[in-house]
Ligand binder design. Structure first.
Ligand SMILES: N=c1c2ncn([C@@H]3O[C@H](COP(=O)(O)OP(=O)(O)OP(=O)(O)O)[C@@H](O)[C@H]3O)c2ncn1[C@@H]1O[C@H](COP(=O)(O)O)[C@@H](O)[C@H]1O
Length: 107
């Protein structure tokens, strides 16, 4: 199977956002606005937490997929693209997580 990446999914979200299609769940979410997208993301995040606590591997994978999809929709609803998030992550590679945490406390 060809490798499917978050960029492929983000491209689908972009295409659905630009479509007029009634048959698109993505478009329906976006049409309801950023606050609705944020609420859906929160619900999916809680479901992911529950799957992790229950230690149900296949459920955890499925819920993680839901969270990633809803995160991309949420970003789209606020006009943020995946490349901007990647740039933020890339900036952090020069220091460890603990160093980054300490630098935030100094701000
Ligand atoms: N990856 C996903 C994806 N992951 C989860 N979901 C949907 O997210 C919803 C989450 O489930 P819930 O039970 O919380 O929500 P629900 O009660 O069905 O929906 P609500 O009415 O509460 O919003 C389900 O309807 C899932 O189908 C997704 N919907 C779409 N995609 C991708 O987006 C593409 C485009 O989809 P459309 O926009 O529908 O064409 C698809 O081909 C997929 O690649």
């Amino acid at each position: 199977m060809a490798r499917f990446t978050l960029h492929d999914l983000a491209a689908t979200v972009d295409a659905r956002a630009a479509s007029g299609g009634d048959s698109s769940y993505t478009k329906k979410l976006l049409d309801k606005g950023a606050e609705h997208c944020a609420k859906k993301f929160g619900e999916e995040a809680v479901e992911l937490v529950i799957a992790a606590v229950e230690n149900d591997r296949s459920h955890l994978i499925s819920e993680a997929a839901d969270v990633l999809f809803h995160m991309l929709v949420l970003l789209k609803s606020r006009g943020v693209n995946l490349e901007e998030v990647e740039a933020a992550l890339a900036q952090r590679t020069s220091m460890s997580g603990l160093e980054e945490k300490a630098s935030r406390k100094r701000d």
